[in-house]
Design a protein around this ligand. Structure first.
Ligand SMILES: CC(C)(COP(=O)(O)OP(=O)(O)OC[C@H]1O[C@@H](n2cnc3c(N)ncnc32)[C@H](O)[C@@H]1OP(=O)(O)O)[C@@H](O)C(=O)NCCC(=O)NCCS
Length: 147
């Protein structure tokens, strides 16, 4: 698996197709998408996993801020091609490692705790955080990169 910092248009199209396949055509209606609208991912934190030239996975982190202005990163969407499973964890670990290396202090995400708990992500760490729209409290998860 490699990451391609300089993505070609074809890679971006392949990533979007992968996300449509993983989450369906209504993925843009998710509340977490409201935090990404009109923004670019955080510098150096838009990861594509490739097998040769084929895009097989994607993970991105976005700069967000709490109401108090405290910065964090939003992780997502994360997806791996159905025929390339068992590579997602490496992609998520790489994204979190890069975020830590770049000095970011915390990550939040909306996802399945049974999956993300292996990365140290937990609902308790999200405390009383809210999102700008409907969300399931048990799926709002967080991780401290800097304790
Ligand atoms: C979620 C996803 C990125 C995981 O990547 P992957 O390459 O399939 O899986 P990984 O190598 O990271 O981990 C595999 C393990 O995670 C488990 N797992 C995968 N998705 C899970 C989920 N949503 N909840 C709980 N466990 C999950 C698998 O059963 C497997 O368990 P095992 O190790 O006990 O066999 C991938 O399945 C995917 O793209 N899913 C569709 C998009 C999606 O739902 N993304 C967000 C997840 S909230």
């Amino acid at each position: 698996m490699i990451t391609l910092p300089q993505k070609r248009t074809a890679d971006v199209e392949a990533r979007e197709a992968l996300l449509d396949q993983a989450f369906g055509g209504t993925r843009d209606r998710k509340t977490s998408q409201r935090l990404r609208d009109g923004r670019l991912p955080a510098e150096g934190l838009s990861l594509i996993a490739a097998d040769g030239r084929r895009v097989i996975g994607t993970a991105r982190l976005w700069n967000v801020a709490r109401g108090t202005g405290q910065p964090a990163l939003l992780l997502g969407p994360v997806a791996v091609a159905p025929d390339c499973r068992n590579r997602g964890a490496a992609l998520v670990r790489r994204a979190l490692r890069d975020a830590r290396r770049l000095g970011h202090g915390a990550v939040v995400l909306v996802g399945d705790a049974p999956y993300y708990s292996r990365f140290g992500v937990a609902a308790e760490k999200a405390g009383a955080l809210k999102l700008p729209g409907p969300f399931e409290r048990h799926r709002l998860l967080a991780l401290e990169l800097i304790p």
